[in-house]
Design a protein around this ligand. Structure first.
Ligand code: GLU
Length: 300
């Protein structure tokens, strides 16, 4: 167990499951594409670590935080109707951040965000953080804060197993669905496809499964989650053709949150928590645990 001067955090062992992940344990069904959840160690007396007047101090003292995540992206952010908590790399990163504020996973309010409402939710204070396959872009950084990246993926295509599409050239003139307000929809239009925009990726994947569109496009990490759920019907094709750097969204009203996010995630990367979070979630969809990406410097 690593001990740190300011925060210390390890995944706690869950007895009896025998699911060792780099010496850490997780709960859930392993090996079938289902994400698991990792226990985090919640910091005690966390509020003392933060300066008065900071949003971190306020959140730590209130013992509450609202985090916007996706509810329909297996491995990234997923919550079934009867689940208490979402699973996926994004909620796991959210749990690590909340734990550093002394907030336990069960005290986090998880709010479903779709791609198109991530900026409005942050600007209107509907959520304190967004962790929702949220690519860092200069345009988004004009209106919200984005700390990170904590993960880098790239855009690919999801097609029916018997589809002939196997290069980006093949999508020219075909109907390809994605989600409104995403980088993916803009990028595929630039490739000459007929874009079809939906609110959510789960609606889009249904279009591919029913044969209503020729392909779906978004980040490879998202597509691999759907392919893992439907291995006989779907496959992910073409090399990544964009770079999507996932960041943690916060409000520009609280610029001090950036350095806290970067410091907390750097510590998770230096210890075991980042790898454990990854292996328990996207790792279950067959994604290799990546080298933790270097994070951007926070704005002055
Ligand atoms: N990462 C891309 C984006 O932030 C696509 C995935 C999504 O829409 O959440 O737009």
């Amino acid at each position: 167990m690593r001990l740190h001067t300011r925060f210390h955090r390890t995944a706690a062992l869950v007895a009896g499951l025998g699911l060792a992940l780099s010496g850490l344990a997780a709960c859930g069904d392993a090996g079938d594409g289902d994400a698991e959840t990792v226990d985090v160690e919640v910091e005690e007396d966390a509020a003392d670590a933060f300066d008065d007047g900071t949003r971190m101090k306020e959140l730590a003292e209130s013992g509450e935080i609202t985090i916007g995540v996706k509810f329909d992206q297996p491995g990234i952010g997923f919550k079934g109707a009867t689940d208490d908590m979402p699973t996926g790399i994004d909620p796991e990163i959210g749990k690590i951040l909340a734990a550093s504020l002394g907030i336990a996973p069960e005290d986090i309010t998880w709010k479903e965000t779709i791609s198109d409402n991530r900026e409005p939710y942050l600007i209107d204070g509907e959520v304190d953080l967004v962790l929702a396959s949220y690519s860092i872009t200069p345009e988004r950084r004009e209106v919200v804060g984005q700390a990170g990246p904590y993960y880098v993926t790239g855009q690919q295509l999801l097609v029916a197993s018997d589809s002939d599409i196997d290069s980006l050239d093949d999508v020219k003139g075909t109907e390809v669905c994605s989600v409104t307000g995403s980088t993916s929809l803009e990028n595929i239009e630039a490739e000459g496809a007929e874009p079809r925009g939906f609110d959510t990726y789960s609606e889009c994947v249904d279009q591919v499964l029913s044969g209503a569109v020729d392909a779906m496009t978004t980040d490879g990490a998202i597509l691999l989650g759907y392919a893992a759920e439907n291995p006989d019907e779907l496959k992910v094709v073409v090399d990544p053709f964009s770079e999507e750097r996932y960041g943690v969204g916060y409000s520009l009203d609280h610029p001090e949150m950036c350095q806290w996010i970067v410091d907390t995630l750097t510590e998770a990367q230096d210890g075991d928590a980042y790898d454990a979070a990854f292996e328990a979630t996207l790792g279950q969809s067959g994604v290799d645990t990546p080298e933790a990406p270097e994070m951007d410097a926070c704005p002055e």
